[in-house]
Design a protein around this ligand. Structure first.
Ligand code: SF4
Length: 249
């Protein structure tokens, strides 16, 4: 039996990497607070975002945590928002789409027009996500995301820190080098609340009509905008990764 096939050694190696990465994450967040205040954390309420939320709360860091309520989120995501409030006593800041833009879009194109073309899908993402994000990031020095490099072809080579040209502020991806296994090990070890859709084969969760469960062996992002080309399907929230081929999340 090779050293890496020994389950006890695998557990010990995972525990050690988790210890190191958790300490590095806390240190990175403290540094962001010290050097880039005011900084905000854009939580998509995914598993990764819950790890960062837990560390921010544990460390009592003055980082505002916000989410984008697109109006089309799954019920399980709203349940998680409630659980976060109960568990951490956290008042999650929610940003909503502009009602005038939504009303014009649905009147012109219909309620589910995002299935009709990539242009209409991106227009919906712009109204429901990008424009509210721009408001959330206004007058901030830095924003933090829960993105990992391994999450998708569009995130390969994702740096820990980069300048966000579009929104004109520093952007940090402190989980960039975390594995999915490490994220879940952290969640289990610290009893962190998470979206129950993850237990039903939804590794990546967005709006309800644009997210489906994946099958064994499929890419973790395969359930997002599954009808589009996988190399370019992001939603416009993350545009300056050089490997992202179109507007992205
Ligand atoms: S993910 Fe789908 S419903 Fe949500 S903003 Fe984008 S296109 Fe619209």
């Amino acid at each position: 039996m090779s050293p890496t096939s020994n389950p006890d050694r695998q557990d010990a190696a995972l525990a050690e990497s988790l210890r190191d990465k958790s300490a590095a994450l806390a240190a990175a967040l403290r540094r962001i607070v010290a050097e880039w205040r005011p900084a905000v954390f854009a939580s998509s309420l995914g598993a990764e975002d819950m790890v960062i939320t837990d560390v921010i709360v544990r460390e009592h860091l003055p980082i505002e945590i916000f989410s984008l309520d697109t109006g089309r989120l799954p019920a399980e995501t709203y349940d998680l928002m409630h659980e976060i409030q109960q568990r951490y006593g956290l008042k999650l800041k929610l940003y909503y789409p502009r009602n005038d833009l939504i009303e014009a879009y649905t009147r012109e194109n219909g309620i589910n027009a995002f299935y009709d073309s990539i242009e209409l899908r991106k227009a919906c993402c712009h109204i429901r996500k990008v424009e509210p994000l721009q408001r959330a990031l206004a007058n901030r020095k830095a924003w933090i995301t829960g993105m990992r490099a391994q999450q998708a072809a569009t995130r390969d080579g994702l740096p820990l820190q980069q300048y966000d040209e579009t929104n004109q502020l520093e952007k940090f991806n402190p989980l960039s080098d975390w594995t999915e296994q490490e994220v879940w090990a952290y969640i289990r070890a610290n009893d962190v609340p998470y979206n129950k859709l993850h237990d039903r084969f939804y590794p990546s969760i967005g709006c309800a009509p644009c997210t489906r469960a994946i099958s064994l062996g499929e890419d973790v992002r395969a359930g997002r905008w599954w009808w589009e080309d996988p190399t370019g399907k992001e939603c416009g929230l993350h545009v300056n990764n050089p490997n992202v081929m179109s507007i992205s999340r």
